[in-house]
Design a protein around this ligand. Structure first.
Ligand code: GRG
Length: 355
């Protein structure tokens, strides 16, 4: 996410989520670039390419649109939580960098695991640099994330203690969430509860960790930080459901992902699971499609399956459930103190995202 260098940086208590994202990215991006510059040769190029900062040959280019850099949601949560508890954003920048590095690593590996060829509107890194180097670049980003947090957390400053342990615990949760997701592929049925446990690990853990780290580094005590961690986890659930909705009904030109790929691969995403659990004719028809292994070849076929998910009530239930979880998350921040405008703005923005 780039923006003109003369753009005024709105204070982090702006009620507009987009301003909070820009404010946070202006603080995170330079530190992220510096961190990534520690990587050797090709791995540095892959990391920069993945962020949309350069082309395949490493040449910095302005050709790629701002979306190629990613939305930088996780770093914004770190900094908003930090300032929300009364801290100085600068104290939390190393944690903001660390969560973005882990996020980048997880996307690099996820694209390899899923065989996804498009990421942030561009060819996924593995299709450009090959699988071995891309996997290694991911490994390097993960190592860098831990190293960056360990050395930059202000060990003697407020909240420094326990940050690395929190972070590594989150990594284990992420791994478990991803494992569940991968195992879902081979199953014909997945319940909403099973999905929720998977999404809490795959997505909620890192968003929760981001909020908790930011709060700790802003000087909050363990209880308040943990409460913000719960908020982040709930928000992660909302974010994942929104991601699943976009995976079916999003505009590929905006999401940077191919249209209907989740349905083509018969992914058990939230709207699909919700639709399959309904008791109506569309749900039964959808069940037949999901049990068959006949490829969905044409855009028309994909549209028909999307219409079945909608007719069975899967889309409406996903939206309603995301709204309910968002309301719970917002209650969490309200009870966590009065200075939560930035986090609240981010929560609204992430629940109504279009990419
Ligand atoms: C942590 C050791 C360890 C392993 C991780 C590969 C893996 C195991 C986990 C993958 C988890 C994953 C891909 C979760 C997806 C979460 C998600 C909704 C991603 C999309 O995030 P956005 O929309 O992406 O913030 P941008 O492009 O905006 O940065």
């Amino acid at each position: 996410m780039d923006f003109p260098s003369d753009m005024p940086l709105t204070a982090p208590n702006s009620p507009e989520g987009v301003h909070v994202l820009r404010w946070a990215w202006a603080r995170t991006r330079p530190a992220l670039e510096t961190a990534v510059s520690r990587l050797p040769g090709d791995l540095h190029t892959i990391a920069r390419y993945h962020r949309g900062w350069c082309g395949p040959d490493g040449t910095a280019t302005a050709t790629y649109g701002p979306d190629a850099a990613g939305k930088a949601v996780r770093s914004a949560l770190v900094l908003a939580a930090c300032t929300g508890v009364g801290g100085q954003a600068e104290a939390a920048v190393p944690a903001a960098v660390a969560v973005e590095l882990v996020h980048d690593f997880s996307l690099l590996h996820d694209d390899v695991m899923d065989g996804d060829r498009l990421r942030r509107g561009r060819p996924a890194a593995w299709t450009v640099f090959g699988i071995p180097l891309t996997v290694l670049a991911g490994d390097a980003l993960l190592s860098l994330a831990i190293d960056h947090l360990a050395h930059g957390r202000g060990r003697d400053g407020p909240g420094g203690t326990g940050c690395v342990e929190l972070f590594t615990g989150c990594l284990l949760e992420l791994t478990e969430g991803q494992l569940k997701d991968l195992l879902f592929e081979a199953r014909s049925e997945v319940s909403i509860d099973e999905y929720t446990a998977m999404a809490e690990g795959k997505t909620g853990a890192l968003l929760g960790c981001a909020c908790r780290l930011g709060a700790l580094l802003g000087g909050a005590g363990p209880e308040r930080s943990a409460a913000l961690g719960v908020f982040g986890r709930r928000l992660g659930m909302v974010f994942q459901i929104a991601d699943d909705l976009l995976g079916i009904w999003g505009d590929p030109g905006t999401t940077g992902k191919p249209a209907g790929s989740d349905l083509r691969s018969r992914k058990k995403s939230y709207p699909v699971i919700a639709a399959l659990s309904a008791d109506n004719a569309a749900a039964r028809q959808l069940g037949k499609v999901y049990r068959s292994d006949r490829p969905l070849n044409t855009p028309e076929e994909v549209r028909t399956v999307a219409a079945l998910v909608e007719a069975a009530g899967g889309r409406a239930r996903a939206v309603a459930d995301a709204d309910r979880i968002l309301a719970q998350a917002l209650d969490d921040v309200r009870s966590s103190g009065p200075e939560m405008t930035a986090l609240t703005a981010l929560a609204h923005r992430l629940s109504r995202r279009v990419r």
